[in-house]
Design a binder for this molecule. Structure first.
Ligand code: MRU
Length: 338
């Protein structure tokens, strides 16, 4: 792996395919350091996904597709490539969707597989732009939006899912204020979302996760807008830990909840969110901060990376195929039958 320097941070790309290798912006170091890391094997890409160099459901899928193509370029066994990538993180279904799409070509031809990975990357950007417009069409002027985790250009091929809707709505002059939940323990909201929004001059205030309830009680908040890692056939949504509590709070305070996700994030093989595998990450992510312990030595911690929000708490799911209002099994089946 080789570190390469990037240009100005405002022109960042989280994922780049250059000179027959994969370059990933190291998201662990953001926002204060910007460097790209270079990858040449599927096993290295799997480690990058597990270690959060690249994260966010669509971005994980794109990186996995390129990782698979890397092993084709080197003439390695593609079943091994599939296996090692599939074992990197369990919750985001985009990872498995992308690997299935690559394997379904049933070829070891590197040129074909690199081209397919590029197509997956380009299609994701196009999907983000389309669902950004669909989602923004529901937002009224002067809206105040609360978002969670990072769902922007860093988490996708570009533009973003929930952050894509916010970007599109901002472009339509509809956004008064964005609140970004800091998103303990990995701080995607503080380190990544605030950074992305500030580069676009979109007004953002960072909020401790625990402050959301008081904010919802005291201030005008119109929407909670979040992404998804896996959406089941009945409309239940797995997303970053803390999403479920935000949806419950939003219901209590009469705030609308929008989930924004490409159709590649749906897993119609699972009847409900109870069936979604939830990643448990290392305890140290909770007991330490920036490498420094913040809890007593030996303190036990739980670190589920995702939770499941029941469909009944969600007002709308925005996809590139259209809006699913009051999502349930019927409305989701209807969208996929089109
Ligand atoms: O652990 P992460 O940072 O990969 O989790 C990311 C999220 O939960 C996002 O909300 C989700 O992947 C949608 S990103 C467009």
């Amino acid at each position: 792996m080789t570190a390469l320097s990037t240009g100005h941070p405002a022109s960042f790309h989280a994922i780049e395919w250059r000179h027959q290798s994969l370059h990933l912006l190291d998201q662990r170091a953001l926002p204060h350091e910007h460097h790209m890391l270079e990858y040449t094997t599927a096993a290295e890409v799997a480690a990058a996904i597990r270690d959060m160099v690249v994260r966010g459901a669509p971005a994980i899928g794109i990186a996995a597709a390129y990782g698979y193509a890397l092993d084709a370029l080197a003439g390695r066994d593609l079943q091994d490539a599939y296996q090692v990538l599939a074992e990197s993180r369990p919750t985001a279904v985009n990872l498995f969707w992308a690997l299935e799409r690559m394997a379904a070509l049933n070829t070891a031809d590197a040129h074909t597989l690199v081209a397919e990975a590029r197509r997956i990357h380009e299609e994701d950007i196009a999907a983000n732009l389309t669902m950004g417009q669909f989602g923004a069409s529901l937002i009224n002027d002067n809206s105040v939006i609360y978002t969670h985790c990072n769902t922007g250009a860093l988490a996708t091929g570009g533009h973003g899912t929930a952050l894509g809707v916010i970007r599109s709505a901002w472009g339509d002059n509809k956004v008064q204020q964005v609140y970004a939940g800091e998103t303990r323990p990995w701080l995607q909201g503080a380190r990544l979302t605030a950074w992305e929004l500030m580069q676009d001059n979109i007004p953002v205030s960072l909020v401790c996760d625990g402050a959301a309830a008081q904010l919802f009680r005291r201030e005008k908040v119109d929407w909670v807008i979040v992404g998804a890692d896996r959406i089941t056939a009945n409309g239940d949504v797995a997303n970053k830990i803390g999403t479920y509590s935000l949806a419950v709070l939003a219901k209590h305070h009469g705030i609308n909840v929008m989930v924004v996700a490409p159709t590649t994030t749906f897993d119609l093989s699972l009847p409900s969110g109870d069936d979604i595998p939830i990643e448990q990450r290392p305890q140290e992510e909770v007991t330490s901060l920036a490498g420094k312990p913040i809890a007593p030595a030996g303190c036990q911690a739980l670190n589920p990376s995702f939770d499941v929000t029941p469909a009944g708490l969600i007002d709308v799911i925005a996809t590139e195929k259209g809006l699913i209002m009051q999502p349930d099994s019927d409305s989701i089946a209807l969208l996929f039958s089109r």
